[in-house]
Design a protein around this ligand. Structure first.
Ligand SMILES: [Zn+2]
Length: 418
């Protein structure tokens, strides 16, 4: 009977295809590869940790309403069309992040009462970038066809166009997330995702996730269907260590956070509470930085939050002011650069050429004289490429043209010579 069950399990596993039944994160391996490639990096990381700790010391946790918003670009790398996941699936992942990092996830009720006071609203949110590195509008997603079926952690090939991947956007302005067909580390396969800790090289900074573990719909594969692989990897990207301290079953390692219990090893699947080790009451196996199934994770702690907020005020502080999600600035910026008014000076009749900048929504054009009196006004729903304006019997002089939408306002000087 046992033999039969084993055979049944073997068949089940053999035919489960890509299904990965054991969470496997490649971040520790990724960092080891980077240390080998650049021996000075370890010193840099030690210095980073000192800066992080001293910021925490200087900024004791206090109640603040500040929300830090991180601009995200998602680079989809696909060999087959089925791997070119939908915008809706990508959106579902961002939605998960915005719940998990704000403790708005609907499974907070599963946090054991004993740990509830440690659970944190991290006060970090994620938005799609709306401005690409060239200043053009983007929906925050790039799609690149590749001939590769798997990407290797040791090569970081997902992050280089020349290696069949896609070059990173400026890490000071964006969190780069690459979604790939599959992730390997030499002979080891089936890795769900990996991240780069703060302080590593710019060209490889960000997070890589296999497409079967990204988002909550479409191509996701049980038991990684709740988007928690990205929640976990972005935790690393913001300086969180694995909750058991990566010490291989001993009780000596630490995740450098005081409110997570000392824990011997990673947990898999969905343990029953309490599940003690290292003389703790229970492992905090429902923490996003453990290895449990997506449905069994539901919290970061206040200590983990402090580390993440510290990073966003030290080595990753530039993300806070990146402004790359801001649609307003890009429309205004392109308009300012591209629109032309001719002739100017005019006899009171002139053309505003928007030069292919598309403006949606309610747009209001108004012209004021130097006394501030309104001499012309017209409203539009979505503006066309050129608008001809004729001012009614206005005397010669200087006028101000105001272009207003719900999102921006631009003022241009025009002259009338009659
Ligand atoms: Zn990990």
């Amino acid at each position: 009977m046992i033999k039969n069950i084993s055979f049944f399990l073997f068949v089940l596993l053999a035919f489960s295809g890509y299904s990965q039944n054991h969470r496997s994160c490649g971040t520790t391996a990724a960092m080891e590869h980077l240390y080998n490639q650049d021996p000075t990096l370890k010193m840099q990381m030690i210095q980073n940790e000192k800066n992080l700790q001293s910021w925490i010391k200087d900024h004791p946790a206090k109640n603040t309403k500040e929300i830090i918003v991180i601009p995200v670009v998602v680079h989809i790398l696909y060999r087959f069309n089925s791997q070119n996941i939908s915008d809706a699936q990508i959106q579902s992942q961002i939605d998960v992040l915005n719940k998990d990092y704000r403790r708005l996830n609907d499974d907070t009720v599963n946090t054991p009462a004993f740990f509830r006071s440690s659970a944190a609203d991290v006060q970090v949110e994620f938005c799609f970038a709306h401005q690409d590195p060239n200043g053009n509008w983007t929906n925050g997603v790039t799609r690149t066809h590749t001939t590769k079926s798997s990407f290797d952690i040791s090569l970081n090939d997902a992050k280089f166009t020349s290696k069949g991947g896609k070059d990173a956007w400026d890490r000071n302005k964006y969190l780069n997330i690459w979604v790939v067909p599959s992730i390997v580390d030499g002979p080891e396969n089936g890795i769900l995702g990996y991240a780069q800790f703060p302080g590593g090289p710019a060209s490889t900074d960000g997070v890589v996730i296999a497409y079967r573990y990204f988002g909550t719909m479409g191509t996701v594969s049980y038991p990684y269907t709740k988007g928690r692989t990205s929640t976990h990897e972005i935790g690393h990207y913001l300086s969180l260590y694995h909750i058991w301290g990566d010490d291989g079953q001993s009780c000596s390692g630490s995740d450098k956070v005081s409110d997570t219990p000392n824990q011997a090893d990673e947990n898999y699947g969905c343990p029953n509470y309490p599940s003690p080790s290292c003389n703790n009451i229970s492992d905090m196996f429902m923490n996003y930085m453990d290895y449990t199934d997506d449905a069994c994770m539901n919290m970061f702690t206040n200590g983990q939050k402090q580390r993440m907020i510290s990073v966003l005020n030290t080595s990753r502080a530039s993300l806070k002011t990146s402004g790359m999600c801001n649609v307003v600035s890009i429309e205004k910026q392109s308009l300012d650069q591209r629109m032309r008014i001719y002739p100017n000076p005019s006899n009171g009749e002139f053309v505003i050429d928007f030069n292919d900048v598309k403006l949606d929504g309610n747009i209001n054009l108004s012209v004021f004289n130097t006394m501030g009196q309104l001499v012309y006004q017209k409203s539009y729903q979505n503006i066309s490429n050129r608008e001809r304006i004729k001012l009614p019997n206005s005397p010669s002089g200087i006028y101000m043209l105001h272009i207003n939408s719900e999102k921006f306002s631009i003022i241009k000087k025009i002259e009338v010579h009659r």
